[in-house]
Design a protein around this ligand. Structure first.
Ligand SMILES: [Zn+2]
Length: 417
């Protein structure tokens, strides 16, 4: 009997999907193809992908997606490598499965990938080599097992997740791309882990403040306003603020630059500010305080001199906050898949590609791509890939539950914007 009850309990939905014969074939594919996954992972991670330099790795992905027989494979306007599970009408809902291409490492970093028994070692091997390998694994296993869910799947190896990238690949997918209004639910494969899932998106806004003035000689122009002093005043006003611990909110002053020499009144001074909070309102109010602190420091300068000064505040990073609703279909689905696989769900707070959909009220998580990892963001990064097929089974079950499969209806696609 095929159950078509929309209210079918999550555990029953997952059990029904897991019983399906094609799903079993996909699970078998994961189990048998670990050497294939390791080979893909090593090959992919050996291609440099610094922020804003992901094109070669994206092109490699396009080749793999074509080999796997995905449809409509292309690079989009943001440099994302995209492919669909099968051709479609161009308007129906899709579920997004993504993994970011970029690393934190500069282009000249030596990408020497080594193997030591079950370990893979090298920069970016788990973040996000693990996610990228899992993306190909899910596509390959679904193609092999001829799994055809109700909603199509958009596979994306996306750009711009790490620091300066400012989530531009994801931002484009949800705001500018022709897929933007079609995406119902998304899973971002992120690093290692069999039980991890990021359900709360840590928001951040980053600014550069620059004060410029005429500058001059330390002795003869000593009456001129000093940009370093003005900036220092703004910084000390901000540093004295009491920030809430609930919702946790932080302000970091990360860099400071300025001046020419010890004997000059500086012509400019600048500093960068990183504001983070689990609550978007806290970010906004701290941003207002930043503007006010700069204004206060400028107003402290006599009017006659103020005209020669300029303060510029530039937004240099913006990661919106958000949270997956506790009663969402996606969260219920993850918990059910984890119970089915006897995993303990580890819900986390993080700053990931899921920030963009979560901030738009869409159902999304970042999810572990399997195995264990350490040394992330260092050149000694390692990934122990043992047991990753468990994580791949988990991702496939959740994905199929979102898409609708084996008599299960697709997740409702509400709050499309
Ligand atoms: Zn990452």
């Amino acid at each position: 009997m095929i159950l078509r009850d929309r209210e079918l309990l999550p555990l029953a939905r997952i059990a029904q999907i897991a019983q399906d014969r094609s799903v079993h074939r996909a699970f078998g594919w994961f189990h048998l193809h670990e050497p294939r996954l390791r080979a893909w992972q090593k090959e992919c991670v050996a291609i440099p992908a610094p922020p804003f330099g992901e094109a070669t790795r994206a092109a490699w992905f396009v080749d793999r997606m074509n080999e796997l027989g995905l449809a409509n494979v292309h690079i989009d306007a943001a440099g994302n490598a995209l492919g669909l599970l099968h051709e479609d009408d161009g308007t129906s809902p899709v579920v997004l499965l993504s993994a970011h291409l970029d690393t934190v490492f500069a282009a000249e970093t030596e990408l020497d990938i080594r193997e030591d028994e079950s370990l893979l070692i090298g920069p970016g091997i788990s973040d996000n080599g693990a996610g990228l390998a899992a993306l190909l694994a899910i596509a390959a296993a679904m193609r092999h097992a001829e799994i055809d869910p109700a909603a199509n799947i958009l596979f994306a190896a996306n750009t711009g997740e790490e620091a300066e990238g400012d989530l531009r690949g994801m931002r484009h997918l949800f705001k500018g791309s022709p897929f933007a209004s079609r995406i119902c639910g998304s899973l971002a494969l992120e690093g290692a882990g069999n039980e991890t899932v990021v359900t709360r998106a840590l928001g951040s806004r980053r600014f550069r403040v620059e004060i410029t003035g005429p500058g001059g000689h330390a002795w003869t122009d000593s009456a001129l306003p000093n940009p370093i002093v003005i900036l220092a005043q703004a910084i000390s006003e901000l540093a004295a603020l009491k920030l809430p611990s609930r919702p946790r909110t932080t302000l970091n002053i990360g860099e400071i630059r300025g001046g020419t020499s010890v004997t000059s009144v500086p012509q400019s001074a600048s500093a960068t500010f990183d504001i983070r909070s689990t609550d978007a309102n806290q970010i906004l109010s701290l941003e207002v305080r930043l503007y006010r602190a700069v204004e206060d420091a400028m107003l402290a300068i006599p009017r006659s001199h103020r005209e020669t000064l300029k303060a510029t505040i530039t937004l240099i990073g913006d990661r919106p906050a958000g949270e997956l609703a506790p009663n969402s279909r996606l969260l219920a689905s993850i918990h059910a898949a984890d119970r089915h696989l006897r995993l303990r769900t580890e819900e986390r707070l993080g700053s990931t590609d899921a920030n963009i959909p979560l901030s738009l009220g869409r159902e999304a998580v970042a999810i572990g791509a399997g195995g264990l990892a350490g040394g992330v963001h260092t050149t000694n990064e390692w990934h122990d890939t043992r047991g990753r097929d468990l994580a791949l089974r988990r991702v496939l079950l959740v994905l199929l539950d979102l898409c609708g499969y084996a008599g299960i209806n697709a997740a409702e696609c509400d709050e499309r914007s």
